[in-house]
Design a protein. Structure first.
Length: 169
């Protein structure tokens, strides 16, 4: 029995050193793939998505503009608040400026609210609203720097009914 075990060990040791090479190429069985139903997107018509005010970048600092609005400017001899209310649409000497952005956007076709407000400050006789006289000082474009003008306009465009109690004017 001992000889038989020795024979098996020798066969195993001899087999470990050799590599069997197949005489015929090995082929794998292909796996059948079943196509899954796929729904391709169809063309969707373009839809205009309204942009929120928060997404629109308006130059200027409304808080700095509020300070300018309420501060007497030596070169003009007055503050904007001398003639305009910021917390009402009611007339003081000039028009009340609450909700100015929505009114300004409708005044002159082709002009944005910002453009209309800017022109109304630096060239106050360009667009005189019915019922008002041409009495606004004409030097505001020289009184304020371009950055201050951006701040002032940002403040004026922030005057909405929901912010009236915060406007400080």
């Amino acid at each position: 029995m001992r000889g038989f075990a020795l024979l098996i060990v020798l066969v195993l040791v001899a087999a470990c050193g050799t590599v069997a090479t197949p005489t015929t190429p090995v082929t794998s069985n292909p796996i059948a793939v079943t196509a899954l139903p796929v729904t391709l997107p169809t063309a969707v018509p373009a839809v205009e998505v309204p942009v929120s005010r928060a997404a629109i970048i308006i130059p200027g600092d409304p808080e700095a503009g509020r300070l300018l609005f309420n501060t007497v400017q030596p070169a003009a001899g007055m503050a904007c608040a001398t003639c305009h209310r910021a917390n009402s649409e009611d007339r003081l000497i000039g028009p009340g400026l609450l909700n100015l952005e929505s009114r300004a956007a409708q005044r002159v076709p082709g002009l944005t609210a910002r453009e209309y407000i800017h022109t109304s400050i630096v060239q106050p006789n360009a667009y005189i609203v019915d019922g008002y006289s041409d009495i606004m000082p004409k030097n505001w474009g020289k009184v304020f720097t371009p950055e201050q003008m951006d701040d002032l306009i940002a403040y004026l465009m922030s005057l909405h009914t929901t912010t009236a109690s915060l406007s400080g004017g």
